[in-house]
Design a protein around this ligand. Structure first.
Ligand SMILES: Nc1nc2c(ncn2[C@@H]2O[C@H](COP(=O)(O)OP(=O)(O)OP(=O)(O)O)[C@@H](O)[C@H]2O)c(=O)[nH]1
Ligand SMILES: [Zn+2]
Length: 361
């Protein structure tokens, strides 16, 4: 039965419509709303794909007023719309399978949702001055905590004499995820990794600093230029910052990719507050620590410290783990402080309001 209903939406199925969204949509059928996926957002304008094609939409006033901006629809979201001639109003969002977030740039501990309903994140680093294992681990950590599969793409392999050593260094971090070595300028190399990792009806997001080659890759996969790419500065091998918004595009092989503007920061938000930092090598050893709540820093009988000392756990992995843990703790502590302050402010505002009301009579 569900398959039948899904089958009646062949266009949306191409864009990842599945039983999860169908199930949540069914409860809204009676309201004459139709489902659509958000392809991009520019200001108030949302470009959507519906069963009958592309459509522009704006958020309904009720949706704007009832939610924090973080809960507004994002690129990749499935939404419910009401049509008005050539445009539509976005009434609601269907529950997300996942959301990719980061710490919003700046000093505040604020969480920012970048996109929704992502199967795999393609984390791109350029093998020029961009290659940085600490930054890569920050991306991996955040992506995994958001329940998104990572694939690491080491691009610009044509710029270094021995690219394989870079790949080996990433593999030694122990994340057990695919690590691809490629040059976006080489069609054959592009075809090799994409045929292995890009599946039809799956949604991918390209992540990485500005100039690592995300748009170049996407343009070569599309077979045409989605936007002008910047010229490479000879001083630092980086392109100009060109991508300005997140767009979801359908590739000829049936996969969908969301391109993102290059990000200067990709801070941790501690999505799963109780789980701490995820690391396969550390997680495997942790049950052998003497104390169940071992922080792997100063406790006696710590299996992780012992493994670093006897050389079975690389010290670099351990140091990065501690650094990520500190960053995450900082975000969570500041967030808790912020929440407390907001609560205090709301309480104070209520008291003032009540006092004013009481003194009227
Ligand atoms: N040598 C070399 N240059 C590349 C490669 N991939 C991309 N470039 C160049 O690097 C520059 C930046 O590439 P973009 O594709 O614009 O980078 P981006 O990641 O999309 O950057 P933003 O849009 O700013 O986020 C361009 O001049 C590309 O031609 C590669 O594999 N090898
Ligand atoms: Zn321990």
């Amino acid at each position: 039965m569900q398959d039948n209903i899904c089958y009646t939406m062949p266009t949306l199925q191409l864009y990842g419509w599945n039983e999860h969204f169908m199930h949540h949509f069914e409860t809204n059928i009676s309201q004459h709303l139709e489902p659509a996926r958000v392809l991009s957002i520019q200001g108030f304008k949302h470009l959507l794909i519906t069963e009958t094609g592309a459509l522009e939409g704006q958020l309904s006033g009720a949706l704007i007023n009832s939610r924090e901006p973080e809960a507004y629809p994002k690129t990749g979201d499935w939404v419910l719309v009401k049509r008005y001639e050539e445009e539509c109003i976005i009434i609601d969002t269907l529950p997300r399978i996942n959301e990719l977030s980061r710490k919003a740039p700046g000093t505040q501990s604020t969480r920012q949702v970048l996109a929704a309903n992502i199967d795999t994140a393609l984390i791109v680093q350029g093998l020029d001055h961009n290659y940085n294992l600490m930054r890569l681990q920050r991306y991996l950590q955040q992506v995994i905590q958001c329940n998104i599969q990572p694939v690491v793409i080491l691009n610009k392999s044509d710029l270094v004499p021995d690219p394989e050593t870079y790949r080996q260094a990433v593999m030694e971090l122990g994340y057990n995820c695919p690590v691809v070595l490629t040059s976006a300028l080489d069609q054959a190399q592009q075809a090799a990794w994409t045929s292995q990792y890009l599946l039809p009806r799956h949604t991918y997001i390209l992540l990485g600093s500005s100039g690592v080659g995300k748009s170049t890759m996407l343009n070569s996969l599309l077979g045409y230029k989605l936007q002008e790419e910047g010229a490479t500065s000879t001083a630092n091998n980086k392109g100009k910052h060109t991508t300005t918004a997140r767009h979801l595009v359908l590739l000829p092989n049936g996969s969908m990719i969301i391109d993102t503007p290059g990000m200067r920061e990709f801070g941790l938000t501690g999505e799963n507050e109780s789980a701490g930092i995820y690391h396969p090598l550390i997680d495997e050893l942790a049950p052998k620590c003497r104390f169940a709540d071992c922080t792997h820093q100063h406790e006696p009988g710590c299996a992780i410290v012992a493994a670093v000392q006897n050389g079975t756990l690389p010290e670099t992995v351990y140091r990065s783990y501690l650094k990520l843990l500190r960053e995450q703790d900082h975000f969570l502590t500041s967030k808790a402080d912020k929440r407390r302050n907001e609560k205090h402010f709301t309480k104070m505002a209520r008291q003032i309001f009540k006092h004013r009301k009481d003194s009227k009579y």
